[in-house]
Ligand binder design. Structure first.
Ligand code: GLY
Ligand code: MN
Ligand code: MN
Length: 437
């Protein structure tokens, strides 16, 4: 059986269980459609419903849908409008079409008429802000019990999903290298951003999230995406957090560079080593929260070693001194979505883990299991807004912090597939190694 055949069989089985648990006969997964801006007729870039692309790798066919009733082949209603205004999206003949009943429609009304009374017993999954979909009488719209069940099990990736993420990482790594070269060539943030996209022939709306392209102190702004058009007088440091998409699956990579050897280059090496040390602790059964705390202790050790904060790693962590420097979570699930779903779920019935107020931004609280894919992305930054709470505290070496501020900060981010006994696959480092060999 091909990996896609196994994938769609898994998706089917997961829908079977989720529909049975939530009491619905079938699901109608609508791909969605672009929204237009207020008082305007220009659409925003279209983003397909992730639950639609879970079934089939079709990401540019709005107004399509998958109808699935356990025991029957899924039906893909592929929307191909009769429209002389827009170019038609070519949907090539691919393997997925052998596993579904394909029905080409030129208007969403045809989906409703094809399904007839089955529509009333079906759970609708997707956005229904536009007619005629808004008026469809389905059994429910986005029922939480069905979504919780599906989201919980999406954490374990199929081989086909992992293959797609391998390819997404290869694309992103290629683009990262082009961006790195543009940084060392002294380009502006906007020029670096353009170099990134050009290296993989992506348009801006095709990357899975706004790329973070940050020179110098901008590296301390966690989601910096302003892109200055002028290069600074001196490009000291470069933090880039940028991804790619392959068949609807995401890559999410961060790298940090220093122009010259010295204190900041050493700090990058230290964070990189701390990230790799943490990678070696990932194994099934451990809770992701424990990994987050372990990474905090390693960042605390760096704060101590670089004389940014006084004390041992334990005392720095216990007093909450590592948090202003490493304020975000260690990472998150990744897959169909960059921040993939289900990270706070205890089970498929919708019970949630309590968030720890000490680490409010941690997106993943589950036990580590074979087949999960998540990011590991420690950081260390000078975020003045967060340091304000510690003003006057002599455990902080403010002179040293002043020296670090012009460099912004460091983040290193890879995606990891959990294997048996710590035999994990690092999608990101493997991708960089592959394109360099
Ligand atoms: N690029 C967003 C993140 O790393 O979570
Ligand atoms: Mn990430
Ligand atoms: Mn990222």
């Amino acid at each position: 059986m091909s990996s896609y055949a196994q994938h769609i069989a898994t998706v089917q089985a997961r829908f079977d269980a989720a529909l049975a648990a939530s009491g619905f006969d079938s699901a109608l997964v609508y791909a969605g459609q672009p929204r237009v801006a207020f008082l305007d007729d220009n659409p925003a870039p279209y983003k397909v419903n992730p639950l639609f692309k879970y079934w089939v790798p079709v990401i540019q066919s709005p107004k399509s849908a998958v109808y699935y009733e356990p025991g029957s082949k899924p039906i893909v209603f592929l929307h191909q409008p009769r429209d002389f205004w827009h170019a038609h999206v070519d949907v090539p003949h691919e393997e997925w079409q052998n596993h579904v009943e394909l029905v080409v429609v030129d208007a969403p009304e045809k989906i409703a008429s094809y399904l007839g009374s089955k529509l009333e017993r079906s759970a609708f999954l997707g956005e229904n802000f536009a007619e005629p979909v808004a008026s469809w009488k389905t059994a429910a719209v986005n029922p939480q019990a069905l979504i919780d069940h599906l989201h919980f099990h999406r954490a374990i990736k199929t081989s086909w999903e992992v293959e797609n993420m391998r390819q997404a990482n290869l694309l992103a790594a290629t683009a990262h290298n082009a961006a790195r070269d543009a940084f060392f060539a002294g380009k502006s943030e906007l020029e670096i951003h353009a170099a990134y996209l050009a290296a993989i022939n992506f348009r801006e709306s095709e990357v899975p999230y706004n790329s973070i392209v940050a020179l110098n102190e901008h590296g301390a702004v966690l989601h910096y995406d302003v892109y200055q058009t002028q290069a600074p007088q001196e490009s000291r440091s470069f933090l880039i957090d940028a991804g790619a998409l392959y068949r609807g699956y995401c890559a999410d990579i961060t790298r940090t560079y220093a122009r010259t050897d010295g204190f900041f280059a050493d700090l990058i090496k230290a964070v990189d080593q701390a990230q790799q040390d943490l990678l070696s602790e990932i194994k099934p059964g451990i809770n992701y929260y424990q990994l987050h705390v372990s990474q905090h202790l390693k960042i605390a050790q760096i704060l101590s070693d670089f004389d940014l904060v006084k004390g041992s790693a334990e005392s720095i962590y216990e007093q909450g001194y590592s948090s202003p420097f490493f304020p975000h979570g260690l990472g998150h699930f990744i897959g169909l979505q960059v921040h993939d779903v289900g990270g706070h779920q205890r089970n498929d019935r919708g019970d949630m883990y309590d968030r720890d107020p000490r680490h409010p931004f941690l997106r993943l609280l589950r036990d580590v299991e074979v087949g999960q894919v998540f990011t590991i992305e420690p950081g260390l930054y000078v975020v003045d807004q967060l340091l304000e709470d510690f003003a006057g505290n002599n455990d902080f070496n403010w002179q040293r912090i002043d020296e670090l501020r012009p460099y912004g900060g460091v983040r290193i981010e890879d995606s990891v597939v959990v294997g048996e006994n710590g035999n994990n696959e690092n999608l990101t480092r493997d991708a960089f190694a592959q394109i360099e060999s």
